[in-house]
Design a protein around this ligand. Sequence first.
Ligand code: PEP
Length: 253
Amino acid sequence: MAGLPYIVGNWKMNGTRAMLAEARAIDRAASRFPGVQVALAPPFTLVNAMREAAADIGVGGQDCHVQASGAFTGDVSAALLADAGADFVIVGHSERRALHGESNELVRAKAEAAQAAGLGVILCVGETEAERDSGNAETVVTDQLAGSLPQGEEAAAKLSVAYEPVWAIGTGRVPSVADVGAMHRAIRAKLVATYGEAGAAVRILYGGSVNAGNASELLAADEVGGALVGGASLTAEAFTAIIGAAAALAEQA
Ligand code: PEP
């Protein structure tokens, strides 16, 4: 596995200031597991407050604009996220691709803008249920990667990829460990073909209904370097159990 296991919580459009107490508790828990890299992506409104409240975990945004500044009402740039204290940003989440019509080209431009602003990038890819059922999942995912992987000399160094089957997000359903391993191997091959040796060090996270009960087996699948977690990252109790599972596996390795 490339680097420390990376466990990232995506709070989506959840999180008032009252929830900073959960972030503080996650921060304290993370410091008990130094063998795991932990991060949270709260809504934009909490990025700065979370950065100040939780010193030992990564804090990131869930999206960014391709431009650094300008007349883009309602948008947030990577530079603004970095100024607010973010370390990374998620781009290409399936909810952005589906609900905001984001294309691979746009996702790539966002990833490149984020890296230019000094942020790490978590690039999401994943197939729909129909694409999985038709036997095209690997082609869909590797095509998404081909279209949205950032280019540039340092692109691989500040990159993680999250494989998130759309049908597994928020549904309680997960692929088999064998299917996760097969997809992660296909992603690794694409990363190495794109970046050469640097592609071997890019962490590939699994995302989609990860919880305390299934984290150990999903994290043990081939080429899984961590998890992107939605619902189960909203409370310290649930998220800490996943961090603990990652720590236990890392110790065995
Ligand atoms: C996500 O949206 O990135 C996600 C993985 O959500 P959940 O864990 O709730 O399926």
